[in-house]
Design a binder for this molecule. Structure first.
Ligand code: TGC
Ligand code: FAD
Length: 393
């Protein structure tokens, strides 16, 4: 069924897409309209991830969609993958987060750092949504600075013993497998990735309560107390902080696209409201102040769309740099947050209701602004790229 959403495409970005990319976007767009948008308001208010959506997402091949078909994945290019993230986040950042973590933060490291056996064991099941994963990098005292992590992995005769705690872990309580980053020595070069089945003795996950943002997503604290895993839990090709940071590049790329989707949803809602809400005898869209809001939104969305497309083309050519990804994540999430705020304001009192989308997107985007490298951290990454000088510490 065709989507009710007409899309926002002021510069004919559509014309720059291949037929396959357009088909992927349109399929996910219609699925989001029919399946996600009708349930998300209630799920958000209830503070529950709408897990009934997982089989449908798997059937469409949305998990790890840019990984190869030989492992049960869709084998799409990175632009098509980005368009999937855009459409999912047009629905809700929490649902895009679910797909990002599954694909970019769990399937990607298994694909990049795993043995052939690990890839064959885990990837098809994860692509099919039969196994859910989570990614444990952040710790209570080490958020922006993961190099300082204290979670430790000690080698034993037959495997490894892990001890430590991870904080703010998306899908933490629902996952069957956790990618846990731990130090095998003292310095950041000793960081390795481990595939830890979440039913292993000593592993526990507790949901973070009281979230006012990303409510339709599970976020948990992981505790690892003398967790014994076998030798084949180690991702053999992982080594150093560089490995988890490579995963972050993959996820940040998807977030840059996803934020455009959230902004498009807010703009679409604001335009429709502006045309229909009558005050002082005419639609509020006829007042210059509201037109200025809408003009600003359209301009920023158009710029972000072009940014994403070129970023995707660079990634497909294997030429993208982490700093280019940082620029897009930083710009697009900030842009989307501003648009969600302005859309909410344009909607007046209705703008605070879950029945409309703007407030939910705004609240969600505050998390997106913070995770995967805060806005500030991406500023410093760009500052370092420009000057050659690190301002992190
Ligand atoms: P630094 O010394 O700069 O780098 C260590 C090594 O890594 C290399 N590197 C990268 N490699 C690939 N991609 C990147 N983006 C990279 N950045 C650095 C670097 O070349 C070096 O390599 P080598 O060979 O010399 O070892 O590391 P640092 O400790 O100074 O840290 C740099 C900093 C602050 C930028 C980094 O720590 C950082 O990005 N911090 C932010 C942490 C973060 O983003 N956490 C996200 C956690 S996961 C999450 O939020 C999931 S939300 C999911 C959802 O629901 O969608
Ligand atoms: P801090 O690092 O304590 O930062 C606090 C403030 O200080 C920020 O404003 C920051 O920008 C600023 N700051 C920090 N360092 C500097 C500096 N050098 N210069 C100037 N300012 C600085 N992590 C995972 O590993 N896996 C997940 O699945 C995951 N999911 C998440 C889901 C949600 C909903 C949220 C909110 C977070 C999630 N995270 C996850 C954690 C996320 O990556 C961290 O919250 C983020 O990296 C920031 O760390 P922090 O919260 O400890 O903030």
């Amino acid at each position: 069924m065709a989507s009710k959403f007409q899309g926002i495409d002021f510069y004919d970005v559509n014309g720059l897409l291949s037929e396959e990319e357009r088909a992927v976007r349109d399929t996910v767009r219609a699925w989001v309209d029919d399946n996600l948008i009708p349930v998300i308001g209630d799920a958000y208010v209830a503070g529950k991830f709408p897990k009934q959506l997982v089989p449908g997402m798997a059937d469409l091949g949305l998990f790890g969609a840019n990984l190869p078909e030989e492992y049960g994945c869709a084998g799409l290019n990175n632009v098509a993958y980005g368009l999937i993230m855009q459409e999912l986040e047009r629905g809700d950042s929490g649902v895009r987060s679910f797909a990002s973590v599954q694909g970019a933060l769990v399937m990607y490291p298994i694909y990049s750092f795993g043995s052939e056996e690990q890839k064959k064991t885990w990837l098809p099941q994860m692509a099919g949504g039969k196994v859910i994963g989570c990614f444990g990098l952040t710790e209570p005292d080490y958020g922006s600075n993961p190099a300082g992590m204290i979670t430790a992995a000690k080698e034993t005769k037959d495997g490894w013993v892990l001890n430590g705690a991870k904080m703010w872990i998306t899908n933490g309580s629902t996952a069957q497998v956790a990618v846990v980053w731990a130090k095998t020595g003292k310095d950041p070069y000793s960081i390795r990735g481990f595939l830890v089945p979440t039913d292993t003795k000593g592993f526990s996950a507790k949901d973070q309560k009281g979230k006012l943002s990303l409510r339709a997503s599970d976020t948990s604290e992981l505790v690892l107390q003398d967790v014994h895993v076998s030798k084949d839990a180690l991702l053999p090709k992982s080594g150093g902080l560089k490995s988890p940071l490579m995963c972050l590049n993959a996820a940040r790329y998807g977030i840059a696209w996803g934020a455009v989707g959230a902004a498009m949803a807010c703009y679409d809602e604001a335009v429709s409201y502006a045309k229909n809400r009558v005050m002082f005898g005419k639609p509020i869209g006829g007042f210059q102040l509201q037109q200025a809001r809408l003009a600003e939104m359209l301009t920023e969305i158009t710029k972000a769309q072009l940014l994403c497309l070129q970023l995707g083309r660079l990634k497909d050519r294997g030429e993208v740099t982490p700093q280019q990804v940082s620029l897009a994540k930083r710009n697009n999430v900030s842009m989307a947050t501003d648009i969600a705020r302005e859309a909410r304001r344009l909607l007046g009192a209705n703008g605070i209701l879950a029945e409309y989308q703007a407030m939910r997107h705004l609240a969600n985007l505050e998390s997106v602004y913070t995770y995967e490298g805060t806005h500030d951290i991406h500023t410093l990454i760009l500052g370092q790229e420009i000057t050659g000088l690190s301002a992190f510490n």
